[in-house]
Design a protein around this ligand. Structure first.
Ligand code: ADP
Ligand code: MG
Length: 394
C-alpha cells in the first residue's frame, strides 16, 4: 500500500456546510415548508409569511432550510419571478439586527457602504432595494436566539411591521426563523409569537436507524469503496443517538474516525477508529474511575476490552464476556466469581458509563444482554486496566 493511501475519496462531503441532495427522514418537513411558502411562486406580492423551525442541535434545521431555499428560488426562476432566499446566522452576526441587515443588503449591493446607517434606515433601504428590483425575499434567521438575547423582541417586530406600514405596496419580505429553544418565543411580542406558533415545524431528534441512513449516504459520497463497513456506521449512529440524535456529531465522528484510520495507515475505518475519535470529541472516562473499580470489575472489564480490541463487531454477548473474564482470571491467578455477581458488575460498569448494555431485540429467542464499548478505545482501556491491576498486585 502506498504511503499516500487515504480512506477518503472526497472529504468535503462531510463538511458542515455541505448541502447534500438527498436528505433522508426530512421529506415531510421539506414538503410542509414548500406548502407554507407556495404563495411566493404562485401569487408573489399578495402576502408574506412567517415560519418557525424548532429542534435540537444536529436535527437538520440549517441544512433543510438551505435546501428549501435553493429549491424554491430555482422554481421561482423557472416562473420568471425574482425570489431571493438569504440565510443569515444571527450568532455569527453577534445578535445584531444592524449586522444582519448589512449582510442581506450586501447580497444585493456588494459595495454598499458599511457605515453611516442605523438598523432602522437599513431596513428601509432593504425594502427600497426590493421595490426597485421588483424582488421578493425570504430571509432565514438562523439561531434566532442570539438576536432575541441581545436585542429582545424589537428586531423581529420591526421586520414584520415593515410590511404593514407599506399600505397598498406589494408584500416582499417573508421570514423563516430557526430556534433551538422554543422558550425564546415567550420573549417575542404576542402577535409575532402567535403567527410563528401557528407555522411551527418541529424537528425531532434522529433515531439510531435514521442516523444510519444519513451516515450511509455520506459514506458513499466521502469514502472509498470497501473502507467503511456496517459495524462502524452502526457504532457512530449509536454514539450520536446517545448524544441526543445529533447528526452533526455523527458526521464529525465519522470524519474523525476516517482521519484516525489515515493517520494510522489503516485501509479500513474500523469501530476502534470510531472509539478513538470519540475520545477526542468527548472526555475519556477518568483514570480515577478505573482505579476505583474493585478487582473483579477490573478483571471483567479487561476481558471486555481485549475482546473489542480484536473484534470488528460492536456488541458482545454476556456469555462472551464471561468467557473473556474467565481467561483473564486464569492469567491473574484469581478465582472466578459466579454468574449473579458478574451481572452486578456489568450493571455497575454500565451505570458508570464505561460500557453500555442492551437486551437483544424482539424476535430473537430468549433474552440476552449485549455489551458494547461505545466511548473508550479498547486499547487504551486495556492499557489503563493493566496498569491499575499491576499496581494492585505489587
Ligand atoms: P442543526 O442546524 O439542526 O443544528 P444541521 O442542519 O447543521 O443541524 O445538520 C447537522 C449536520 O447533519 C449537517 O452536516 C447536515 O448536513 C447533516 N444532516 C442533518 N440532517 C440530515 C439529513 N436528513 N440528511 C442528510 N444530512 C443531514
Ligand atoms: Mg444550525
Amino acid at each position: 500500500m502506498p504511503a499516500s493511501f487515504s480512506v477518503f475519496k472526497d472529504e468535503t462531503r462531510l463538511d458542515i456546510n455541505y448541502v447534500p441532495s438527498s436528505l433522508p427522514h426530512r421529506q415531510a418537513q421539506l414538503r410542509f415548508l414548500h406548502q407554507l411558502f407556495r404563495f411566493a411562486i404562485e401569487d408573489p406580492g399578495e402576502m408574506t409569511q412567517r415560519v418557525l423551525i424548532v429542534g435540537n442541535v444536529g436535527t437538520g434545521k440549517t441544512v433543510i432550510s438551505q435546501r428549501f431555499g435553493f429549491d424554491i428560488t430555482k422554481e421561482a426562476e423557472k416562473r420568471k419571478i425574482n425570489l431571493n432566499y438569504v440565510h443569515v446566522n444571527c450568532r455569527e452576526c453577534k445578535g445584531s439586527l444592524f449586522m444582519i441587515l448589512q449582510r442581506v443588503i450586501l447580497k444585493f449591493i456588494p459595495n454598499f457602504p458599511r457605515r453611516g446607517y442605523s438598523a432602522e434606515e437599513l431596513l428601509q433601504t432593504l425594502m427600497q432595494i426590493l421595490d426597485e428590483r421588483n424582488t421578493y425575499l425570504i430571509l432565514c434567521l438562523d439561531e434566532l436566539e442570539a438576536l432575541i438575547r441581545s436585542e429582545g423582541s424589537d428586531p423581529v417586530y420591526s421586520l414584520t411591521r415593515v410590511q404593514e406600514e407599506r399600505l397598498n405596496a406589494p408584500q416582499r419580505l417573508s421570514l423563516l426563523c430557526i430556534l433551538r429553544e422554543p422558550a425564546y418565543l415567550k420573549e417575542l411580542d404576542p402577535s409575532t409569537r402567535s403567527t410563528l406558533q401557528r407555522n411551527l415545524i418541529h424537528f425531532e431528534e434522529y433515531s439510531k436507524p435514521q442516523l444510519q441512513d444519513i451516515l450511509n449516504d455520506r459514506v458513499d459520497l466521502a469514502f472509498r469503496n470497501g473502507t467503511v463497513f456496517t459495524p462502524t456506521v452502526e457504532l457512530v449512529a449509536e454514539l450520536a443517538s446517545m448524544e441526543g440524535g445529533d447528526a452533526r456529531y455523527a458526521i464529525e465522528l465519522l470524519w474523525r474516525a476516517g482521519k484516525y484510520a489515515d493517520a494510522s495507515n489503516m485501509k479500513e475505518v474500523s469501530p476502534e477508529c470510531v472509539r478513538k475519535a470519540a475520545t477526542t470529541v468527548y472526555p475519556v472516562v477518568g483514570k480515577e474511575v478505573i482505579s476505583s473499580l474493585n478487582l473483579h470489575e477490573k478483571l471483567l472489564l479487561l476481558g471486555v476490552a481485549r475482546h473489542f480490541k480484536q473484534a470488528s463487531t460492536v456488541y458482545m454477548s454476556m456469555g462472551e464476556a464471561e468467557d473473556a473474564y474467565a481467561i483473564v482470571c486464569e492469567e491473574y491467578g484469581k478465582k472466578q466469581r459466579g454468574h449473579t455477581q458478574l451481572w452486578k458488575y456489568v450493571n455497575e460498569l454500565s451505570a458508570l458509563g464505561i460500557i453500555k448494555t442492551e437486551l437483544s431485540g424482539v424476535g430473537q429467542r430468549g433474552k440476552t444482554t449485549y455489551i458494547s464499548l461505545p466511548k473508550i478505545p479498547a486499547s487504551e482501556l486495556e492499557q489503563e486496566l493493566t496498569k491499575a491491576l499491576h499496581t494492585k498486585r505489587r
